[in-house]
Every structure is written in structure tokens, then in C-alpha cells.
Design a protein around this ligand. Structure first.
Ligand code: PLP
Length: 479
């Protein structure tokens, strides 16, 4: 048998891995052909100036993987059955042979980094979190039953947290979930997605608030639903305009997102009566129930629903911390059971350690104390920001709202998007109405979040807002 002159070109990196890759590459591009004999390990080692043991081990691996084969007392050969030849390269730049679904619309998901002041409406001040309490609860939970909790667990959430949540919801919202009527999710976004999955078919129509909450819209759209925009005003969603042919209504009645308006009692009753008659699902997103400054929070629609049409969604993203990803759905046990089945094919279950730790904070009053403290703090910050806007930004009118974590301000005649851009360049971020319209069209409104900053920070931020406002071209009637 002719002596093989083959010598692989070994690239950089750990020599064993590089030698294996070089031999495989030579097989793939036809430099080594099917059935060809390789030099012996001693020869290869000498040619490459590497240890023979390394060569032997690489050859063994390639035999095990099916690239090479050993023939008794003959040596090592390229496997005879390999379909040799270069792997086909893609003709037009690569990729799949079919078009991917374009996926959800991509609006800005995160506040831009490196801004000095992010006046976002949706985030609490995480500097105020009782992190030491959370750490203690984690520690207790992990030491106590950690091994069990890092195992697979119930996809609908731990009984421990479901019990605590049920008590808390009864105390704070007048909602009394029946056994099996509560699902713990990773934030309300997962809850929205699961609800949309369970209820909507392609072509179904869903009434949504416009202005509204795009991440919820995208969950509905991802099921092929058609969104039916319903106007909002100072009394919340104009529910009297909802057509009868929708399958579901998604709304934020407590503090309408993003305007902060509370759904009036008349509209609440009208909506519940209409939904009960038409058997339409109401997705009630009760995302910031706690932060209500003018009197006690209003009870959610779910607390008044006698027809079983309201699906109540909640979250600890504002009340505690968004990154814990804790939300829930309260609905009939049959509906929850369906959501649980969908959840098992999605991410199977939540984080049981987090669920137990947060249940401890709910039960021992830590969360309630945190909420009392932050309610007071945010009320003060709201008042400070309102006063600052009145004093420094005469072009803005703050619309009076009973709660939430942001001011909703009219800025008639102002190109608010141009203003926001200037402010961002100067280190202050806030959102304008175009972030909340279905077609991204501009409207002369801005949302100024106050929860995340101290009065001193707010003062500095508003100074920047005012400077940028002054610098806008005088003809601002381009909205
Ligand atoms: C209207 C609305 N719903 C829900 C949420 C909370 O979402 P998650 O629980 O997924 O963090 C937010 C947060 O910004 C919101 O603004």
C-alpha cells in the first residue's frame, strides 16, 4: 500500500481540537477521499511535531464519531460510506428556504442606557426595595426546602404563593380566587400571552384602548387577532364604542395605560353588562393597583364580575420589582386549567424559589410595608413633579389623575417628539404619545414618570426639559 503523504494544516487553538477539525475539514472539502488511508499516528506526530498520544486520541475520537475507520492490521482510513464533497454553500447569502414570520413589532423595549434621568412611567424606584428582607427570605427558603424547589414543580405556580396571593388579593382588591382559579406567571406579559393563546383564533377581533399598551397588543396580534382601537378620554376607554363582534376586550381600567385615567363607574357597569350579555372575554390588566393617591384604590372589574367573563391579570413589577417576573391570572378553574396546559409547553413552570420567597414577604407584611412607604414617597414625588412642570414648563398642562407612576401632560402646539429627542441628547428620557398609538402617529402628549427619581433629581431633570423646550423652533405647530 502506497505511503500517504497527507499532512493536515492544523490551525490555532488547542492542538487536539485543531487537528481533529483539520482532518474533518479535509474530508469535507475532498482533500481526503472516502476510503483513503491516513498516515500512521507516529508519522503524523512527527510531521506535525506534536505528541503521538495527542494524535492517537484525535484519531480515536474521529473513529468514534464516524469520520474514520480502523481496519485490522492495515491502519486508519477515511470512512468508506461518507458522502464526500464540500457541503453546499447557500446561493443567495444563506438562510432558510422560506420566509420567516416577521415577528412582533419592535418598539423600544428598554429605556436607553446612559441617560441621566429616565422619566419612565412604568418602573418603581428600585433603590427603595427592601433587598435585605428579600435576601433573608431567599436564604430561609433555600436552606429549608431548597432541594425540592430547584426540582420540577407545578406548572401553575406553587401552592405556597397561590395561597398568599389569594389572601392578598382578597384583602386589597376584593377578588376571591377559588381553589384552582389562580395561575402564577412570569410577569403579566406571560399571562397576556397565555390568555391570548387560550382565547383568540386568527381573524378574531379584540377591542383595545388607543392609546394603549403595545406589548399586550403584540401578544394578541401574535395569535392572528385583529385589533379594534377604541378611543380613551378622561373617563378611560370609551366602552360604548366597542362593537359587538369582538371576542375579547383588553383594558387597563384602574389607571389607563398610558393616560392614567380611571374608568368611570358608568363605563364599568356598562362594560360588565355588555360583556355578560355577549359572553365576551374581558382581559383586565390591573398592573399598578397599589399606587392610587386620591382615596383607596378602586376595586377592579373582576371584583364585580358575576358572569365569569373577566380574566384578571396582575403583576408585582410595579409593587415590587419587575425583574422577579411575578404575575398572575385569576379566572375560572376551567380557564386556568387551559392556561396551565399552554404554559407547560412554553416554559413549563416558574421559579419556585422566588415564589416561596415572595410568599414569605407577602405573609409577613414586608410587601405591605414597602407599599405603604413607596405610596407615600411616590405621592410626594408626583406633587413635586407637578409643581415643577407648572413652574418651569408653561407649555404643558398636567391632566389630573388619581394614581399611577407618571404624569400625563398635554402639550398643545408642541412637536413633542422633537422635544423628546433633544431631551434624550441632553440626558433625560421620557415617552411621547407616539409610543402608545397603534400606528405610531404623533399626538401632543407626553408621559413623565416620577417614581424613579428623588425631588432633587426631578428638579434637575425638569431644568433640562425646560432648557430643551426653550430651544425648540418657535413655530411648533407641526403636530
Ligand atoms: C399596562 C401594563 N401592564 C403590565 C405591565 C407589567 O408587565 P410585566 O408584569 O410583564 O412586567 C406593565 C409594565 O410596564 C404595564 O405598563
Amino acid at each position: 500500500m502506497a505511503r500517504s503523504a497527507y499532512c493536515p494544516e492544523v490551525g490555532p487553538g488547542p492542538v487536539g481540537r485543531a487537528l481533529g477539525a483539520a482532518i474533518v475539514a479535509d474530508v469535507q472539502r475532498g482533500r481526503l477521499t472516502a476510503g483513503e488511508r491516513l498516515p500512521g499516528s507516529r508519522t503524523l506526530a512527527t510531521r506535525l511535531s506534536i505528541a503521538r498520544g495527542t494524535v492517537t486520541s484525535v484519531l480515536e475520537t474521529l473513529v468514534a464519531e464516524g469520520w474514520l475507520e480502523r481496519r485490522a492490521s492495515q491502519g486508519t482510513f477515511v470512512c468508506g460510506s461518507l458522502p464526500i464533497g464540500p457541503l453546499p454553500a447557500a446561493e443567495h447569502g444563506g438562510g432558510l428556504g422560506f420566509a420567516l414570520h416577521p415577528g412582533p413589532e419592535s418598539r423600544r423595549l428598554h429605556t436607553p442606557r446612559d441617560v441621566r434621568f429616565a422619566l419612565v412611567g412604568g418602573k418603581p424606584d428600585l433603590r427603595l426595595l427592601p433587598l435585605a428582607d428579600l435576601a433573608r427570605a431567599y436564604g430561609r427558603v433555600l436552606r429549608g426546602r431548597g432541594r425540592r424547589l430547584v426540582d420540577y414543580g407545578p406548572p401553575g405556580g406553587t401552592d405556597r404563593l397561590k395561597r398568599s396571593l389569594a389572601n392578598w388579593l382578597a384583602d386589597t382588591r376584593g377578588i376571591r380566587p377559588v381553589v384552582g382559579g389562580i395561575l402564577v406567571t412570569r410577569g403579566s406579559q406571560q399571562a397576556l400571552y397565555l390568555c391570548a393563546r387560550a382565547v383568540l383564533r386568527p381573524g378574531d377581533r379584540v377591542a383595545v384602548e388607543a392609546l394603549g399598551y403595545p406589548p399586550a397588543w403584540e401578544a394578541m396580534r401574535s395569535m392572528g387577532a385583529e385589533l379594534v382601537p377604541i378611543a380613551v378620554d378622561d373617563d378611560g376607554m370609551a366602552v360604548e364604542s366597542i362593537p359587538d363582534d369582538v371576542r375579547a376586550v383588553y383594558l387597563t381600567p384602574h389607571h389607563q395605560y398610558p393616560t392614567g385615567a380611571s374608568l368611570s363607574a358608568e363605563r364599568r357597569l356598562r362594560l360588565l353588562t355588555w360583556a355578560a350579555k355577549n359572553r365576551v372575554a374581558i382581559f383586565e390588566d390591573d398592573y399598578d393597583h397599589e399606587y392610587h393617591y386620591d382615596g383607596p384604590p378602586r376595586l377592579p372589574l373582576a371584583a364585580h364580575d358575576k358572569a365569569g367573563v373577566v380574566v384578571s391579570l396582575g403583576t408585582l413589577s410595579k409593587a415590587f420589582a419587575p425583574g422577579l417576573r411575578l404575575g398572575w391570572v385569576v379566572a375560572s378553574p376551567e380557564f386556568i386549567a387551559l392556561l396551565v396546559r399552554w404554559r407547560t409547553v412554553m416554559d413549563r413552570q416558574g421559579d419556585q424559589v422566588v415564589e416561596h420567597a415572595v410568599a414569605e414577604l407577602l405573609d409577613d407584611g414586608t410587601l405591605a410595608r414597602h407599599l405603604r412607604r413607596t405610596l407615600q414617597t411616590y405621592r410626594e414625588r408626583r406633587d413635586v413633579l407637578m409643581a415643577l412642570v407648572a413652574a418651569k414648563l408653561p407649555g404643558l398642562t398636567v391632566l389630573p389623575r388619581p394614581g399611577g407612576l407618571a404624569l400625563w401632560c398635554a402639550a398643545e402646539g408642541t412637536d413633542v417628539d422633537a422635544w423628546a429627542e433633544r431631551c434624550l441628547a441632553a440626558g433625560v428620557y421620557f415617552e411621547t404619545a407616539s409610543s402608545y398609538t397603534l400606528d405610531r402617529s404623533a399626538q401632543p402628549f407626553v408621559r413623565l414618570g416620577f417614581a424613579g427619581h428623588t425631588p432633587a433629581e426631578l428638579t434637575e431633570a425638569v431644568g433640562i426639559l425646560a432648557d430643551c423646550y426653550e430651544a425648540l423652533p418657535t413655530n411648533r405647530n407641526n403636530v
